[in-house]
Ligand binder design. Sequence first.
Ligand SMILES: [Zn+2]
Length: 897
Amino acid sequence: MMDHRMPTDIILRYRILQRDRVSFIPGWDCHGLPIELKALQGGEAPVKGKNGSQTISDAAAKPKMPPLEIRAAARKWADDAVAKQMASMREWGAMAEYQNHYRTMHLRYELNQLDVFKKMVKKGLIYRQFKPVYWSPSSKTALAEAELEYNEDHKSKAVYVKFPVTQLGDLEGVDGINKDALSALIWTTTPWTLPSNQAVAFNPEMDYTVVNTPSHGQLLVAEARLEALLPLLPEGTTTTSTSIPGTTLLRSAYTHPLLSSKPPSPFLSGDHVTSDSGTGLVHTAPGHGMEDYLACRSRGIETFSPVDDEGKFTSEALDGQLTGMSVQYEGNKAVVEMLKSKDVLLHESTYKHKYPYDWRTKQPIILRATAQWFADLTGIKNDSLNALDSVQMIPEVGRSRLTAFVKSRAEWCISRQRAWGVPIPVLYNVETDEALLTDTNIDHVVSILKEKGMDAWWSETDDEVFVAPEYRKEGQKWRRGYETMDVWFDSGTSWGVVEDQVGKRDGKPVADLYLEGSDQHRGWFQSSLLTHIAASDATTPVAPFSTVLTHGFVLDQKNRKMSKSIGNVVDPNVIIKGGTDKNKEPRLGVDVLRLWVASSEFTKDISIGKEILGHVTEGVRKIRTTARFLLGNLNDWDGKEVAYDELTSIDKFALLRLSKIEKEIRENYEQFAFNKATHSLLSYTNADLSAFYFDVVKDRLYADAPNSLSRRSVQTVLYHILRVYLAALSPLIPTFAEEVWANAGNIINPDSNSIFQVGWCETRKEWDVASLAKDYEMLADVRTSVGLAVEKARKNKHIRTALQAEVELVVENGSQAETFLKKYADELSCLFITSGANITTELKHAEGWEEKETLNILGNQVLAVVRQASREKCVRCWVYSAESEGGICKRCNSVVR
Ligand SMILES: [Zn+2]
């Protein structure tokens, strides 16, 4: 609600006013973990699929539900959520092609997605690998980097452990080595990975040494780490002068400290070993670390990962001593206890560091080797980065974020172990586990799914159905893979269905604009770019968008993030309709909600609270009053404009201001600066209209003859103001603008039912007179000085209103100021709203009170004198211009006659 959709609506409505053909096809992400977990829990429908963050803790504990049941329940949840959101979008006036909307669970969407996937398969960009991936035990699925967030204060148990060196190799004969008591000392912050240890890595460029301890024998450590380590070692530890080049360790081997039955494991050289921390010897578990995996792979060492989907040890860990224990919790503790009982633990401590968490469950993840499907990004990285060069980013800071995410990724883990998604259309050979994933076979799979629906992937009983005839062989059996695609792959391919609907655009990206939260650089923006580049056949592939605009998030008045636990969540529905207690939470209406969003600098985090809403409510009230004034005074207008040359200077000045403000607001809209557009509109409403023009023309409107030139001149100006004003505010508060239009249509354009049909209103060139602007700057100074003098008179209780006064402006004879003021002599009293204004060269002697102000114009001094109006109050127009008390003035006399 207060997300990307409101700014989107403002942009679209503005473009419509600018006569653009606008296509906005709303779409909903329906797959993915949050909805699947809701379906499993049977809980409340999630508000948002894409970047909602539900807390899910016990979902993993639920009994297993068959995939088809999960899918049916999830689909229902998604349908309900979409229906609710669509209703609320309509409620706050969002324009969209609702009937053409897409859901990522629509079959046509899914088939399009499989087509993109097929193109990537054909290009050789999709591969399968058994390697460590980010694994979330709390979600029971693999995660991509884009789904991680880092906790700076994660606490780990750090341990120093000795690994008994049982095959000395080239260490044999090195001075000072005691071959029966030598151990390699390692340090780790993940004791639970020790059961998976396959090697110890050293740096071939570093030198090592041994220390003698009273209780733990002889320990091998890097020389560079010695100083840092000594305080942790037992009292009585002594150093030696032995210096051992790292490469000496190449032929040595050690025995696993917790599993002496395991054959000795090797020392490996590894450039990733540094002297920054630890001991300079690195415990290597290729099943649980990327660097470890790479170091072991090149030497043919097996990737061992005895951990299951729930993050629990399998029976393979330490010959079954840890089976079923959670590696992050009791399993980790058990390993530390075992280290103690085997007397191989030298030191333990709590270590605070940055650690990746699952961004949905907010639980720590682990690295775990599993067979997963990956998209190779190395081959498309340059094209992606080049494509970004021609994309406009608002705010510009988004460019470096998006670029950094694209640069840092070599591959994208796209398989998920979940049921609610688009299946990876792969079959495995039952005997060899070899994967069948070719474009030909995907075509075959798609032909079946197209006919029977996506659920067929789960409901078909015979796996062979999905094997294309050319791959079927006598005696060969296949099984389906039940993994689904990363939801970012889903949402990333939305350009496909949109292109199908709006058609290809020559030389232009599919979409002019992608608008989402600033958290989507690593999410949707990136996955859209990557899938589009990957599926493209062009020699110079382009991004699917011309402009990427991001919004911030809504904060409360104290700039805190909204959270249920703080209790500061503002429900947009409560703003619109009011809360249960209408005194505390009054009904503010959709205009207030929209104007609040518009008035915020939405590209940053924005705040909301009672005070802010109060200001916005006042703004909406002023706009309504203004519109009412315009409509009321145009009611009897015949629609015949008075020619520009016949207007008074005040009228001309009003048109000049209108043309300035129109350009200003238009520019702000063009730059997506809705807060500035709103600010300009409100300040125009208050300063130009309410406090100036409306005020000075009231007398002409109410007292001059209805068909007089003077009154029709004002109406001509009011008409132009109404037209521009409505266009300017209609993207912000369309419902109200249309309501005014319904009442003004006969004045402005009797043939049209909507402001959006007639479009924006550009002002006329002839209105933009620079000299008039300068003159009115000076007249504003005179008006201010007169106003101050009137204010003094009011304070001194001489008068109650300015109409009771008249003004004398005393200037030097023949001065520039005199010439200037005389040019506007006829309009001065109107400008001051006093019952008279004279220009003199000598101060008149008069009876009664006087209030004076001096000012300077054009280098000349001007004395403004305010005194009691000399005539009587006209009972009709209230101007002090009648000859006798209780009578009416000349002007009124002619009007009445
Ligand atoms: Zn009068």
